[in-house]
Design a protein around this ligand. Sequence first.
Ligand SMILES: C[S@@+](CC[C@H](N)C(=O)[O-])C[C@H]1O[C@@H](n2cnc3c(N)ncnc32)[C@H](O)[C@@H]1O
Length: 315
Amino acid sequence: MLKSFNKSYGDARIKVGDEPHVDLFATDLRARDGYKEAVEPAIALDRTFELEEEIFSDVESATVAEGHSTIRRRAHPALRAIAGFAFEEYGLPTANGVEIGSGPLGYMTNALLPKTVDRKSWREVEINPLSVAKNQRLHPDSRIIQGSYQRLAEVLGENSVNLVAGLSSLDSTTNIDNVAEQIRLSLVEGGYLLHVQDIQPSPSTTLHELRTMGEGLPHVQFRNRYSSFGETFFVGNNHSEPISTTELFRRRMGRIFCPKNGFEQVLNHWITAAVPSGRPDSYVFHGGKDLVLKLPKGETQMDFASAVVTIARKI
Ligand SMILES: C[S@@+](CC[C@H](N)C(=O)[O-])C[C@H]1O[C@@H](n2cnc3c(N)ncnc32)[C@H](O)[C@@H]1O
């Protein structure tokens, strides 16, 4: 079962690959009879970054982000292993880093970063004032700046940080090119971006990717029946196989954090971590969707989490 998990981090087994270990979205979609009939035109989102900032400064987005923390509870040890593995395996800087889009809990900073990270020199940047206030209340020692990653170089200063990290932070922007440039400007020479996309991305970045792939609108759009916030599958007109929005997001990240934009791409893959569950069942977490199952008798019950991990170095 774990043969393809040929790396490890602590007691976790790790697999780095082109797809998640279990693609719950594709499995679900394939199992659905007549899914091709569920055709809806998708809404193409195009926004200026100023409008985007306005949208994310409101109360609602803070609430949405907070909801994600509950679905991560059981996935927590495996997600932690993914982040820890990324730092160790790719030699990421452990001092003078910043988490962007840290939300109301600063979940990446407070729950996922390995112990090697120097928390005294770590900062967080979040646009939503309510999220900033809540996070600061929960973590009085954290250095949280209210500001936009669309203006990151202004907020932090140019050539000022060794690492820009984000957890499901860049999926909602329609202006990822601008964010990439801001990240590049903020990083010191040789500094790194680490982005972990563990929940289903919002459609904005992924719609852009479909366009780049030459897929005309309208295309098939599915609502995920398990989702409380209307996750969406996309199948472009020319595709017989479903492509999940998280996979589209991964492809988008690959196009953005590349040499043409001043980055060497170190990794843009799915990482799956498996940790012993300590219970009589196993838990699979992928894209904010989850499943409890029982592995065959005689096998250790493991918890799995898959995420798209992008690591790029400023050149
Ligand atoms: C999907 S949530 C993820 C939150 C948190 N990282 C987590 O995983 O729990 C995206 C976060 O990015 C923030 N955000 C969106 N646009 C931003 C911007 N331009 N600058 C800073 N933060 C932004 C949102 O307010 C939200 O907290």
